[in-house]
Design a binder for this molecule. Structure first.
Ligand code: FAD
Length: 500
């Protein structure tokens, strides 16, 4: 059942009005801070801070810290508000709107160790655009770039590059963090490492990330973008695992499950070219369950021929349905910002601001076949109102000191169910139906003891959180009492409750 609650704003905490800040607090018209991409939870804060400096954030946190446990005030940071279950909301508390720090001194450093120094309120798309001016780019991405640095680093930040480079939280040189006591701390692998590891994947529990230093690599100009189809999950998974373990491989490996769709290949034709048009036109996708492997290879125009040969060699070792090889060639930025094009189309049809009952799971390699058989073969009836992604990652690319929670095996799969729901519908695109589908998937994972972990986790009781963290719970608790002992931060995650 979805909790849809709208709390009334309590009287504006008059003590906040007296605080000296460079930015400002707003006490009315804060409805935006009670919304997120999930569009299922709506908790109104008492105040929103629009900071103009890091010291505004530290001043506010110190104020709440000094008021002490007697007050129920909590603080949530809002990046771009693309959480799906109210994680960036603060019922009757203070929301810090990180976007008002955007644009404050993004600095690209070229040289031997190129990196960019950014405010955590920056969107990844803006960072990419700035870095490309210097021929550079970060290495690890999310599928969608209109998310803030602080928002993705509080989770992990994963996409089809993670098998090679690790998640975004494995690609950070240094952070500036304001702790739950209002201290401003610089941290890295070498300096205040416990806080550094804690906030990476830390669900906003130990501090507010205010700046990040992100290492860069030379950016390619172009991308060869490839799609091939499989009718058999085992062959699809075997090829994916081969690609993420090989030396000579692609730069990006993802996959999609396609259930009960018609005209699939016809739709691709607007942007992808079949390698063999005659054979491709005879391929009929209708209503079967298919698995699409999506791959890219980066290149610069001067080495296009060499890259084509490399691609042909790697593809020759794969076992996809031969007539279903489709290719496209796009600029690097166009590929990385691809979901934004989908966003524009969905917005034009009024399908972007709907509720999003998303479910993201990390499934151990040894259990993915059982998972696929039951979930893709049985529970999932169609994938017509949102993509279902499936792709494997290598655990050794993740730093095991961070707060991110992973399955126990060396290879695990990201399985993401990303539907939008039509609120009034009682059909299989309705919110209640999709939530019950998610519950069936979760029940199956639990009963079959698959060792699955939720990505972008959402739980409502501390018992469930303890089970989620498993052996990492003790470290998580210790870090909470060290850096945010009053449980002021990120109440929307529902892990800790401020003692009053
Ligand atoms: P918000 O929703 O604003 O905040 C998320 C959480 O982080 C909150 O608890 C908030 O308090 C906390 N937080 C935010 N900023 C900070 C900060 N500076 N310091 C401390 N805590 C902070 N994720 C992936 O890994 N890969 C993907 O490919 C991917 N694709 C997505 C596509 C779409 C369309 C959407 C909506 C989400 C996607 N996500 C993906 C999930 C996304 O990474 C997370 O939801 C992320 O938290 C959103 O960033 P945000 O800036 O909107 O954060």
């Amino acid at each position: 059942m979805v909790i849809k609650l709208r709390l009334c704003s309590s009287a504006a905490p008059s003590s906040l009005e007296a605080l000296q800040v460079d930015g400002h607090f707003s006490f009315v018209q804060n409805e935006f801070a009670a919304r997120d991409f999930g569009n299922q939870f709506h908790f109104l804060p008492s105040a929103v801070l629009h900071p103009k400096s890091v010291s505004d954030i530290a001043t506010t946190i110190r104020h709440v810290w000094q008021v002490g446990p007697g007050s129920e005030l909590t603080v949530a940071v809002r990046g771009h508000g693309h959480s799906v279950q109210g994680q960036a909301q603060a019922p009757q508390g203070i929301v810090i709107n990180m976007k008002s720090l955007k644009g404050q001194g993004m600095q690209v450093h070229t040289g031997k160790f190129p990196h960019v120094d950014v405010s955590a309120g920056e969107l990844w798309i803006d960072i990419l655009q700035e870095c490309l001016k210097f021929g550079l780019a970060p290495k690890s991405w999310t599928d969608y770039l209109h998310l803030t640095v602080g928002g993705t680093l509080s989770n992990a930040g994963i996409s089809g590059q993670a098998f090679r480079h690790g998640p975004q939280i494995s690609n950070i040189d240094q952070l500036e963090v304001v702790t739950g006591k209002g201290e401003v701390v610089i941290c890295s692998e070498e300096q205040n490492a416990d806080l550094f590891h804690g906030v990476l994947g830390g669900l906003g529990q130990f501090g507010i990330i205010t700046r990040a230093k992100i290492p860069l690599e030379p950016a390619p100009k172009m991308v060869k973008w490839i799609r091939v189809l499989y009718s058999d999950f085992d062959t699809f998974a075997r090829d994916q695992e081969r690609l993420i373990s090989a030396e000579n491989t692609f730069d990006y490996v993802e996959g999609l499950v396609i259930v009960n769709k018609t005209g699939l290949i016809h739709n691709w034709r607007s942007s992808f070219n079949p390698q063999d048009p005659a054979k491709a036109s005879r391929f009929i996708s209708d209503r079967r369950t298919l698995f699409c492997l999506e791959l890219t290879k980066n290149f610069n125009p001067e080495n296009a021929d060499k890259i084509e040969q490399e691609i042909a060699t790697i593809l020759s070792e794969l076992n996809y349905i031969a007539s279903t090889l489709f290719m496209s060639e796009v600029q690097y930025i166009e590929f990385l910002d691809r979901v934004h094009s989908a966003e524009r189309k969905l917005r034009s049809k009024g399908l972007w601001d709907l509720p999003h009952p998303w479910l993201n799971l990390l499934v151990p390699k040894s259990k993915i076949h059982n998972f696929a058989e039951v979930v893709f073969g049985n529970i999932l009836r169609d994938t017509n109102n949102g993509p279902v992604l499936v792709y494997p990652m290598n655990k050794y690319r993740w730093n095991n000191k961070t707060s991110a929670v992973l399955p126990e095996e060396d290879i695990f799969y990201m399985v993401a169910f990303l539907p939008h729901a039509i609120p009034s519908s009682m059909q299989n695109d309705g919110l209640q139906f999709l939530i019950s589908l998610n519950n069936r998937i979760l029940d199956f994972c639990k009963t079959a003891q698959l060792g699955v972990k939720k990505y972008l986790p959402y739980y409502t009781t501390q018992e469930e959180w303890k089970e989620h963290f498993g052996p990492q719970w003790e470290v998580f608790l210790r870090r909470k009492s060290a850096y945010d002992p009053l449980a002021i931060l990120a109440p929307g995650q529902r892990i800790f409750h401020k003692a009053i």
